[in-house]
Every structure is written in structure tokens, then in C-alpha cells.
Design a protein. Structure first.
Length: 255
């Protein structure tokens, strides 16, 4: 690493760990800062084993994206905030297309990070302080809807129902077109992607977000969406099999 690289790394550390970070928190993002942080992120994604602490504020577990989002700019600084956020999201979109499956997982972990004080995620912040476009792009990057903050709330019911419905629509796809010489239209099936409901969180957390949807008058209709309804049917199938087995063995050993 040459002197210029060391100097840039030093700037990044200073911005994240000293008073300079207030430049980001006050909604006055410096694009040079953002680009340096994205350079650090690229190193992490390329290596695959470097922790996100290199792009995270010390003591808070807030990624630099948290810091950009928390206090978006107003007035004169509004366009600067928008430009900085667009730069970050465009960069992550590009990496999502270019990188390996492992790095796709790393990007999902980055945009699902929870800050240490309140357990707030980027989706919690974006759905309150930013527009639908930012929320949609975070969802597409893999931000988890299952994570709950320290008040026991997920971000799912603060997301615009139309945005959430379009996201669910994106999780439905037709199977690859089959050879019409052997198959007819009735043979084509729809595939559902449940990965966004099956993160590293516990089963309780997975169902927590769906329970919150069921209690929200604006969101409850989404429970009938094919992705959610088929997922619930599948999960119930697993539970009912275990229940039936438990009854079966109970009857055998108590007979």
C-alpha cells in the first residue's frame, strides 16, 4: 500500500470515528467521502472475509449508509443528500449484478445491519425519512423485513403497501420455457422465491413481520399474495407433520 492509499484510509477512519462524521450526520454529505467509503466497501466485498467495521462508526454499529440516511439534508443540502444516496445505491446495484453469490450475501448483510442502541435498520429509517424509491431499492438489495428493533417492531408495516406488493410480485416467476414439442401450456409452473422470508433470524422473527402485516389495516390484504400465502401453507405443512408425528408416538407409548 503506497502513501496515497494510506492517506485515503486515514481519512475514512477519521470521518467514521471522529467529529468529522457529523458532516454526514448533519445531512451535508461530501461525495469525496462517500466515494472513499465505497472504495473501502469494494475491498471488503472482493476479499469476502474483512468485517464491516471498516465502514462502520465505532461504538454504534452504524454503517456509513446509516449515517447518510439518519438526517437527510433539507433546503440547500437536500440535493447533496439525494446525490450521495443515489451514488451509494447505484454502486450497490452495480456490485449486486457483478459480484459472486457470496458477495450478494454480504451486500444483504450490509443493508440489514442494526445499530446497537435501538436495533434500527436501514428500512426503519428509509420508510420514515426517505421516499418509496429508496425503500424499494433497499428491498431489492436484500434488506431484511424480518429484523425487529428493541421495541419489538419490524419495518414492514411502515413500508408503503404498494411498494411491498410490487416487491412480492418480483418474487414470482415462471419456470424456464419448456420445449413445446414435449410440453403444453398447462405444464408451466410459477416459482416463488422465499429467501427474503428465510434469513438468519429465528422462526419467531420471521413470523413476527407476517403477524404485523396481519394487524395492519393497510397491509393485511398482502397476506393473500401468492408468495406469502404459499409460504404460510408450506410452513404449516411442516408444523402439521411434526404435530401428527408427536400425536402418533404419544399414542404408541401411552397405549
Amino acid at each position: 500500500m503506497d502513501d496515497s492509499d494510506e492517506a485515503e484510509k486515514g481519512k475514512v477512519n477519521q470521518w467514521l470515528r471522529s467529529k468529522e462524521v457529523t458532516t454526514l450526520k448533519n445531512g451535508k454529505p461530501d461525495l469525496d467521502t462517500v466515494n472513499l467509503l465505497l472504495g473501502e466497501l469494494d475491498t471488503i466485498l472482493k476479499d469476502g472475509n474483512i468485517p464491516f467495521t471498516r465502514v462502520t462508526q465505532e461504538g454504534t454499529n452504524k454503517s456509513f449508509i446509516h449515517l447518510l440516511m439518519e438526517k437527510r439534508g433539507n433546503g440547500f443540502h437536500k440535493e447533496k443528500s439525494k446525490k450521495a444516496m443515489q451514488t451509494v445505491l447505484d454502486h450497490l446495484d452495480k456490485k449486486l449484478i457483478e459480484e459472486t453469490r457470496k458477495n450478494k450475501s454480504l451486500i444483504a448483510k450490509l443493508v440489514s445491519m442494526q445499530e446497537s442502541k435501538n436495533g434500527t435498520t436501514l428500512l426503519h429509517i428509509a420508510s420514515h425519512k426517505w421516499g418509496n424509491e429508496v425503500v424499494k431499492r433497499l428491498l431489492n438489495l436484500g434488506a431484511s423485513i424480518n429484523l425487529i428493533d428493541k421495541n419489538g417492531k419490524s419495518a414492514v408495516t411502515t413500508i408503503n403497501p404498494d411498494v411491498l406488493e410490487r416487491f412480492l410480485d418480483s418474487k414470482c416467476s415462471l419456470q424456464e420455457e419448456k420445449d413445446p414439442f414435449y410440453y403444453n401450456d398447462h405444464d408451466q409452473e410459477i416459482e416463488f422465491d422465499y429467501n427474503f422470508l428465510q434469513g438468519e433470524q429465528s422462526q419467531g422473527n420471521k413470523m413476527k413481520s407476517l403477524m404485523e402485516i396481519s394487524k395492519s389495516p393497510q397491509h393485511e390484504d398482502l397476506l393473500t399474495h401468492p408468495v406469502i400465502s404459499t409460504y404460510l401453507a408450506r410452513e404449516w405443512g411442516k408444523i402439521s407433520v411434526l404435530y401428527d408425528l408427536n400425536i402418533f408416538f404419544t399414542m404408541i407409548f401411552t397405549a
